[in-house]
Design a protein around this ligand. Structure first.
Ligand SMILES: [Zn+2]
Length: 91
């Protein structure tokens, strides 16, 4: 079984002030394996919903077409499920 590799997640990055389109949480930084680019996907750390970054690196919701074309790996699906379970347990 492979494991999530977070050893190269050293690219925390400040971005302009934005808000999660799902829960409204303030978003002004991201962390990931590379520098953030337009059309990168991310998970909101507050509500664990998928967001996508526009050309100005502002977070927005995925369009229906983007959602329909999205392929989520089993590993990411598991990560989302575990994060949502942990969030529910903390509420
Ligand atoms: Zn959110």
């Amino acid at each position: 079984m492979d494991r999530a590799d977070f050893t190269n997640w050293d690219n925390s990055q400040r971005i302009g002030e934005g808000a999660c389109p799902h829960c409204g949480a303030s978003i002004d930084a991201v962390a990931g394996p590379k520098k953030l680019e337009p059309r990168d996907l991310a998970l909101c750390i507050q509500c664990v919903e998928l967001i996508i970054y526009d050309d100005q690196l502002k977070p927005r919701a995925l369009t229906k077409r983007e959602r329909d074309n999205l392929v989520i790996s089993p590993r990411l699906r598991t990560l989302i499920r575990l994060m949502k379970q942990k969030k529910a347990a903390n509420n």
